[in-house]
Design a binder for this molecule. Structure first.
Ligand code: GDG
Length: 469
């Protein structure tokens, strides 16, 4: 018999990863979303609907670590067409301001519709009468409408983790009306930034002609009008986890060891990103390479550590990006390295969270130079880890985080001269000023943590549910 839940989360991936260990076949995937939703999940006998991460694997719902997990099966074709195709090669580049050219294929769209139907059906099957369902992200934009049609009794929320582009860009999408209608199936549609919510409302006005006012959208229904809310709910991290880790003696010792192993340079610069063209890794390398070339920096004094975690490796644009970045790293190192001194340590791996925190603590300057980014949690993790009050954050104004982290050194990553000056400013920042800025940054990240984010979203959703009851 299907167990029904009062609270259902739907996301492309389940919050678990398969292991090779037969006795413990699953482990929790890292990430703040599970932690943020954990209390709500437990107090509402919650369920999580998502893909387990491997193609062609059919699994029954199961319990893991107190969570009820409902796996949705994806075939290899689904992964190729719905996930790597429409999600990551159409929507992702389009919504990130066409930094890469989006590809439009009708077969990808058809697969996207079909897979969204499957997710909606699974959520509908596991939701109790009058339940709340929270759908996440750009892979599932059609689910809110599909779910409402199946289950008008539900209260539906949707959170969009990536940017929503300006109308002139969004209008390229051949299925622009269907996607807006899909999203408007939700009662609350959450975005990272006020600007994203504004772009969405504008697209709704232009494409569908609905009235929108101060974040409220009048959606026509069979028997009148329903109000949907489109608003900004900037996501965050579980700041206390990073704070605790950064205070652990073994992690502090590891940070010192990292500095030592890099030759105790005057300044360590750090970049941590999925290897993605939205993250501006190439722009960062260019600026740094030029600083070395100009003689404003020397490999004797400074090193850049770039963690580029593997991502979407079967998508062509990502393969090309990897080649491009690795060529640039090789060139800069070839031009600037001296025996015993290296300009860039390039690490194409993923690391455990403990190691990431040690790196954050070891780095004097964190470089976040994204060309477009919904939020950028790395920036917040760096700040939360700096329990010593040290470190400087160089932050692209094109990240959601820039709206909140106003005491960072802001940059336009397209302006290489400006980026170079910002890197120098961060390296040379007087300690007192650095500490003052870091204090303000830390206050902001502590105040708006991921628990507050989910609470704000769910409070608005609950208000709608109660108004309807
Ligand atoms: C999307 C949006 C939005 C990276 N390498 C390693 C590692 N990471 C972790 C980071 C951070 C996460 O991955 C990346 O989060 P970001 O926010 O920086 O970027 P996206 O992956 O693009 O996330 C983004 C986010 O959704 C949330 O809404 O902020 O704008 O694009 O937590 O630490 N973690 C570990 N090892 C690694 O090597 N452990």
């Amino acid at each position: 018999m299907t167990v029904l839940s009062d609270f259902v989360v739907v996301s492309n991936r389940l919050p678990v990863d398969r292991t090779d260990d037969e006795n413990e076949p699953w482990r929790r995937s890292p990430g703040g979303l599970v932690a943020a939703l954990d209390p709500v999940m437990r107090s509402n006998s919650g369920a999580w609907v998502g893909w387990p991460g491997q193609p062609d694997v059919a699994l029954e719902p199961f319990e893991f670590d107190g969570l009820r997990l409902v796996p949705v099966e994806l075939s290899s074709d689904d992964v190729q067409l719905y996930y790597e195709g429409f999600s990551n090669d159409t929507i992702w580049p389009l919504y990130h301001d066409v930094i890469a050219t989006p590809t439009y294929h009708r077969t990808w769209w058809d697969a996207y519709v079909k897979v969204n139907e499957r997710f909606a059906a699974a959520a509908s099957e596991h939701a109790a009468e009058g339940a709340t369902v929270w759908v996440h992200d750009y892979q599932l934009q059609l689910v809110p409408k599909m779910l409402r049609e199946l289950r008008p009794d539900l209260t539906i929320g949707y959170f969009h983790h990536i940017p929503f582009p300006a109308y002139g860009i969004y209008a390229q999408l051949p299925w622009r009306k269907q996607v807006l209608e899909g999203l408007l199936g939700a009662d609350v549609i959450g975005f990272q930034r006020v600007a994203d919510a504004g772009n969405f409302a504008r697209a709704v006005r232009r494409q569908l002609g609905y009235d929108t006012k101060a974040g409220s959208i009048a959606v026509p229904t069979e028997d009148g009008v329903r109000t949907a809310i489109a608003r900004a709910y900037p996501i965050s991290i579980d700041a206390s986890v990073y704070d605790d880790l950064a205070r652990r003696p073994e992690i502090r010792a590891r940070a010192a060891e990292i500095r030592e192993s890099l030759g105790n340079p005057k300044a360590i610069l750090l970049g941590v990103d999925r290897l993605d063209y939205t993250k501006g890794i190439g722009h960062r390398l260019k600026a740094y390479g030029e600083l070395l070339n100009d003689g404003r920096l020397s490999v004797h004094d400074v090193i850049l550590v770039q963690v580029a975690s593997p991502s979407r490796e079967r998508v062509q644009t990502y393969m090309e990006l990897r080649d491009e970045i690795e060529l640039a790293v090789g060139r800069i190192n070839g031009d600037s390295d001296e025996l015993g001194f290296s300009a860039i340590q390039y690490l194409h791996h993923s690391y455990p969270r403990e190691e990431m925190v040690a790196l954050y603590l070891a780095a004097d300057v964190m470089l976040v130079t994204a060309l477009r980014d919904g939020m950028n949690l790395v920036a917040k993790e760096y700040v939360a880890s700096r329990v010593d009050g040290g470190g400087a954050l160089v932050l692209s104004e094109f990240t959601g985080a820039a709206d909140e982290l106003t005491q960072a050194i802001k940059v336009n990553p397209h302006d290489i001269a400006g980026l170079k000056d910002a890197i120098m400013q961060a390296i040379e920042m007087p300690e007192k000023e650095g500490n003052r800025r870091m204090r303000a940054l830390r206050r902001r990240v502590r105040e708006n943590d991921v628990a507050r984010w989910s609470q704000r979203f769910l409070t608005d959703l609950d208000a709608i549910r109660r108004a309807r009851a």
